[in-house]
Design a protein around this ligand. Structure first.
Ligand SMILES: *Cc1c(COP(=O)(O)O)cnc(C)c1O
Length: 413
């Protein structure tokens, strides 16, 4: 829908949001009216270089033609049926995903947090059915982020943050250990533990990658104890980090993996994949979802996932990501650049992340901020080196303006 087709001004639209919506988001101050590839456009046709990709969702670029066509075709045939009849998009997407990432079975959901709820439920049911009612506990990592519904929120190891504050008590049966520390897992382990739940790269927690050895050691420990490795690849999945799934880079396989964000091509779609053995715990009637795996979202998902695989966007993410990361490391004021592929966190020496985000926005570059010191960039995986050069120049200019401002303030003081 375009502003010109309504009777409202841009300011009136913002006022409507203020008046009628519960606002929990700090907004970019513009109306995203259209989008294409690497750009979002406002109602005047002004372009914004998209280096947040709808938060790691638009991996194949904004309004990708393949997804647009798939959605239009499918909505005209059948958009929703509930999961009683068989539908083509669902079956084909299930096959495409399981084969591409080497897993046996899939269950569709609508979002990331829901995918993690399914992962937690499957792990618990597998534990209780195979080892008895006391085998339900899940160990996750400090600074992890697994979602905002109660199960995934309780798995989220950030008890001190706004994610948890005001919402406790959570769901029992979770404990948190420091990330990248195999000994901490061994210490926390007891007979109640059914699984270890981790992100291969902690996203919301500050873009902290798991060490190559760490995930392999966790895999070996899970095998030794006969428990489940549960990976949350909601952000790292679908080419983002330079391989289709991040676990492929580590040369391991989880027992259950959750995914969402990019897999729906911009429609709400999530899923878990699991081994044949673990999947057996889900039987007729034991889990479900009204919308999960709708023909509409699966058609979009099939287009998106096929596009990622056929265009080998994972390789582009690796190449362009490496180029961009090297550039960012040369920028003044930067303490550390973390991540892999096109999942990049930049930590500054000074707490300037919020100001950098806003100055970049003024120069028509969209990025996100994680904490006072850290910005995150998760652009579409179609980004090229030129896009990175542009983003780099804007960021460098923004930091420069800030430091001269800070120096100026210091001189005044
Ligand atoms: C975004 C995200 C989620 C939550 O996904 P939603 O679709 O917002 O519910 C969970 N885990 C990770 C690692 C994420 O990045």
């Amino acid at each position: 829908m375009r502003l010109a087709e309504t009777k409202y001004s841009a300011q009136e639209i913002k006022d409507l949001v203020d008046t009628y919506m519960m606002e929990t988001y700090e907004r970019f101050d513009f109306i995203a009216e259209t989008a294409e590839g690497m750009y979002l456009y406002d109602e005047n046709g002004v372009g914004y270089l998209d280096f947040y990709g709808g938060v790691a969702v638009n991996n194949i670029g904004n309004t990708n033609p393949r997804v647009v066509k798939a959605v239009i075709d499918q909505v005209q045939d059948v958009s929703h049926t509930f999961n009683y009849p068989y539908t083509l998009p669902q079956a084909l997407l299930a096959k495409t995903i399981c084969e591409a990432i080497g897993m046996d079975k899939i269950f569709f959901q609508n979002s990331g947090t829901e995918a993690n709820e399914a992962m937690i439920k499957l792990a618990r049911k597998y534990g209780v059915e195979n080892f008895g009612p006391d085998k339900y506990h899940i160990i996750s990592a400090k600074k992890s982020f697994h979602g905002r519904t109660f199960g995934s929120l309780s798995a989220t190891g950030q008890p001190e943050t706004a994610n948890h504050n005001g919402y406790m008590p959570g769901v029992p049966g979770f404990s948190y250990v420091p990330f990248n520390d195999i000994e901490a897992i061994k210490e926390a382990y007891n007979d109640h533990v059914i699984g270890i739940m981790l992100e291969p790269i902690q996203g919301e927690g500050g873009v902290h990658p798991a060490d190559q050895a760490y995930l392999q050691e966790v895999r070996a420990f899970c095998d030794e104890k006969g428990i489940l490795l549960m990976l949350d690849e909601i952000q790292t999945g679908w080419g983002r980090t330079g391989s289709l799934m991040a676990y492929m880079y580590h040369g391991i396989k989880p027992d259950i993996v959750s995914m969402a964000k990019a897999m729906g091509g911009g429609t709400p779609l999530g899923a878990i994949c699991a081994t044949k053995e673990v999947s057996k715990a889900f039987t007729i009637g034991s889990h479900g979802s009204t919308y999960g795996g709708s023909p509409l979202c699966c058609a979009a998902g099939l287009a998106a996932v096929t596009e990622i695989i056929e265009k080998d966007l994972a390789t582009n993410a690796h190449q362009v990501g490496t180029y961009f990361t090297d550039l960012l490391r040369s920028m003044p004021g930067v303490k550390e650049v973390r991540g892999r592929g096109l999942m990049i966190g930049v930590e500054f020496h000074e707490p300037i992340a919020h100001e950098v985000k806003h100055l970049a926005f003024d120069k028509k570059l969209l990025i996100t901020q994680i904490d006072q010191h850290t910005i995150r960039m998760v652009p579409p995986l179609i980004a090229d080196k030129q896009n990175c050069d542009t983003a780099f120049q804007i960021l460098q200019q923004s930091v420069k303006e800030l430091s001269s401002f800070t120096e100026y303030q210091a001189r005044l003081a």
